[in-house]
Design a protein. Sequence first.
Length: 154
Amino acid sequence: MKKIFLLIILLALILNTVYAQTVEIKLNHIGFGSSSEEVYFTVHNTGQNKVSTVNFYVDGKLTKSIEGVLSPKKGFRTVLFIKPGEHLVEVKTPEGAYDSLNITILATKEKTTIQPGENLIYLKENKMWIGTITLIIILVIGTWLLTKKPKLKF
């Protein structure tokens, strides 16, 4: 009976040791850059062991590989350039750590710019209001200056 009890305790300790040595990483999407195709991610080592090379896959194709050592509870930020559409982004390490997420990249239109003549059209259409507001401001400042009491000097 003692041998069985000791064997169970030994197995529990071994399983606990094996579980404590698992390697885990977490992939997060944090935003976009100047265009929607410029996609920012963070990768964090959430396990208790160091992670070496981190490989990024987009739809199963290796897109980026970052070499180095990522210590436990540490992370980094990186950018991937991904075409518009729905994609599966995965991170894998040689130690067996893995995480993935589905992401949808929307196509964006070019930014519209104001034509040089548009400001002039706005001024012409609102000339009366701009003049009225300017006149009121001048009258308020003039009235304030004229009614201001001089300070007494001793």
